[in-house]
Design a protein around this ligand. Sequence first.
Ligand SMILES: Cc1cc2nc3c(=O)[nH]c(=O)nc-3n(C[C@H](O)[C@H](O)[C@H](O)COP(=O)(O)O)c2cc1C
Length: 319
Amino acid sequence: MKIGNYETKGNIFLAPMAGINDFPFRLMCHRYGAVLTYTEMINAKALCYGDENTWKMMQVHPDEGDVAIQIFGNEPEFIAEAVRKIEQLSRFVLIDINMGCPAPKVVKNGDGSALMKKPELAQKIVETAKQNTILPVTVKFRKGWDSTQVNALEFAKQMQEAGADAVTVHGRTREEFYSGVADWNIVKEIKKALYIPVIGNGDIKDQETFEERVKLSSVDAVMIGRGAQGNPFLFNSLVRNGPKKENVPFQEIYDIVKEHYELEAEYKGIDKAVREMRKHIGWYIKGLPMAAKVRNEINQTTDIQTAQKLLTEYFEHLT
Ligand SMILES: Cc1cc2nc3c(=O)[nH]c(=O)nc-3n(C[C@H](O)[C@H](O)[C@H](O)COP(=O)(O)O)c2cc1C
């Protein structure tokens, strides 16, 4: 599939997730078959001002394969400067603009899904981005703001008209946040109406949900978010017919958690890694025997050696 001048290496991507998609996690997903991964959403204005944390979030590992950057913002002049700076890095294959984030602190500034209520401004943002970079520019958005304002189809056409090279649609409204089920019928309608690639997103967590949603919507590609948490193996099962997580040997899961932990410690420092790895470990061991006890113990320690020892002993016990 081609997104602008970028040829994708497949059609199953890792969705952008703030607080999750740092390079250690993306690397694990890439290794198991995610052909394109997205950064966490990056504040375009903070990027322009050279904010240290923001730039750190843009770090990419040399073995990661193709990475897309997702930015957010509602001021065209900052979007313009941000995309120029991103292009200079030669690190990302495309630039996605977030017009779907439902978080109150984001929408109150007019960013994320708030832009679905201002399609003209959203178009201006896409046009400006396109004028300032040769990288493909895509937009990710939702079904609409709420059940009375379902404008994804119209919005998708407006993004296409503004020059977007692809769109990603998550079939929930802003009001729904992550509750209920994603509406893939709206994704299907959008796919039928657009000539640019359409990426579908929402609630893909295994082979069945993948096949069902692709069949219904005929999308060009899908993005997986929560289904990949603690389960990069999902990409392997979908892309290469590899084993599902329940059939992945405990030793292999352990090796991945351990490597993820080490990369996290190297990248973010020990204290932050200990805190951030708690959620990942919880996801990695979810569904494994006696997971709750060790998860609680790991959540309580602030010492990396203790946490890693608990993890090692737990897996030794299992294998
Ligand atoms: C913790 C978390 C963080 C997220 N952060 C972002 C983000 O930064 N940008 C974005 O476009 N979507 C973000 N999303 C939404 C996901 O990309 C995706 O659209 C949504 O989770 C539905 O897909 P899924 O059912 O496969 O998870 C986030 C979702 C979660 C759960």
